[in-house]
Design a protein around this ligand. Structure first.
Ligand SMILES: Cc1cc2nc3c(=O)[nH]c(=O)nc-3n(C[C@H](O)[C@H](O)[C@H](O)COP(=O)(O)OP(=O)(O)OC[C@H]3O[C@@H](n4cnc5c(N)ncnc54)[C@H](O)[C@@H]3O)c2cc1C
Length: 382
């Protein structure tokens, strides 16, 4: 029986480990952290009993039937709709920017058609071919909405001016002309009843899988296995020999209170003068539960240092160039495939992560059957 190492017990690693275990491989899963589920880790807070999302709130949403059915084997999903509010200029508004936001903001009672026509009068039509985030926003929603809802938030989130970010970060028309305030358009949306860590625990519960937590995997360990699936940072695997790929990290400031703190799960803060981007109240991510005390987190975004947790890949021109160098190295490295959000240096939602992991395991199995070479990447990172 061949032995496979899977580095990282997040969704990428867990899904691959399970699929290979079910096809007769012995799989060793290692994670440097003391818990399962990677960045999706959830645990009950001792003092409140609230299920806390330790690395920021995670809402499951997908159109992918296969992924939805897969996860439903391991958990019961509870109904959850993500509705976000924002505080801007001393007032509270509905997000994403929709007809209610527009009517509140401009003090109007527009119909959908009237709102669309009005927003067109706000748009800066002199910008024909928007290149930057700011130009894109000014072109499609105009100065007032841009400054209230996009500018300050984006500056805080990315630590730079929206004039330095590409237009592609913002959708062409980031507003809705109806009262739909459901953040996601996907067919399936929900929260796992017992949190995400319980799902990963069940995925990894297979006699051919062994798990070692608090275990750091190093490049020199690769030769001990028939193949390695590595879901850690690709630059860290190569000891940052070309430098560190840029990420944003997050600091979470804990807020505790009796009862209800803010009345909703997510309150964004659009003003640049407020240092945090949002406050999340985690009892609202399990609305079917009752709690008398509450726990919230104010989220601060900043540049990721060597000892910080990498959250959002920056992926601007400079990072893309460095990534290309690591991709070249990875292609030369025998016996290892790089997977997941860190292995391929991309932002991935959970459903995409799971779909890619299923696909990677399937391709590995079929290449093994054909005695063909296993690639360094199953999804091109560039
Ligand atoms: C703030 C935030 C909010 C998000 N919210 C949502 C959401 O609402 N909905 C959604 O669908 N997605 C969301 N996501 C995305 C979600 O977090 C990812 O899809 C998911 O975490 C990717 O899983 P992964 O297994 O690839 O990576 P990870 O979960 O990061 O797992 C990688 C694991 O590898 C381990 N590791 C790394 N290097 C080593 C090493 N050398 N040795 C041993 N172990 C190692 C790490 O400790 C980690 O546990 C969010 C992401 C962020 C940043």
């Amino acid at each position: 029986m061949e032995t496979i190492a899977v580095v990282g017990a997040g969704f990428s690693g867990a899904v691959i480990a399970r699929q290979l275990a079910e096809h007769g491989y012995r799989v060793k899963v290692v994670d440097a952290r003391p818990h399962l589920a990677g960045n999706c880790h959830t645990e009950r807070d001792d003092k409140t009993g609230v299920m806390v999302h330790r690395y920021g709130p995670h809402i499951f949403h997908t159109d992918n039937e296969k992924v939805w059915d897969y996860l439903n084997q391991f958990t019961e999903f509870m109904p959850f709709t993500n509705r976000v509010k924002t505080t801007s200029g001393g007032k509270v508004f509905s997000l994403p920017v929709n007809l209610l936001t527009i009517n509140q903001f401009f003090g109007k009672t527009f119909s959908p058609t009237e709102a669309r026509e009005f927003i067109e009068t706000q748009a800066d039509l002199s910008i024909e071919n928007p290149q930057t985030f700011e130009e894109q926003a000014l072109r499609f929603v105009g100065k007032d909405l841009y400054e209230a809802f996009f500018k300050g938030y984006t500056e805080k989130q990315w630590g730079c001016s929206p004039t330095q970010l590409p237009a592609s970060i913002l959708k062409r028309l980031p507003v809705r002309f109806n009262y739909d305030d459901n953040y996601f358009f996907h067919k399936y949306q929900g929260m796992p009843k017992e949190g995400y860590t319980a799902i990963v625990e069940k995925i990894l519960d297979h006699p051919a899988i062994s798990v070692s937590l608090n275990t750091q995997f190093k490049r020199s360990d690769t030769g001990n296995y028939d193949h390695v699936f590595y879901s850690g940072p690709v630059d860290a695997y190569f000891d940052h020999q070309y430098g560190r790929l840029g990420y944003r990290t997050l600091d979470f400031e804990e807020i505790r209170a009796d009862g209800d703190y803010q009345g909703c799960a997510v309150m964004n803060y659009g003003d640049a003068t407020v240092p945090y981007t949002r406050i999340t109240e985690h009892r609202y991510f399990s609305p079917w539960e009752e709690h008398t005390k509450t726990i919230c987190f104010a989220e601060y975004s900043r540049e990721c240092g060597p000892d910080d947790i990498p959250y959002y890949p920056i992926r601007l021109t400079e990072e893309q160039a460095m990534l290309s160098q690591y991709v070249e190295l990875a292609r030369e490295e025998p016996g290892v495939s790089f997977v997941g959000r860190l292995g391929t240096y991309r932002y991935l939602d959970m459903d995409v992560t799971i779909a890619e992991a299923m696909e990677a395991a399937d391709r590995f199995l079929s290449l093994q059957r054909d005695e063909a070479k296993i690639p360094a990447f199953f999804v091109e990172p560039i």
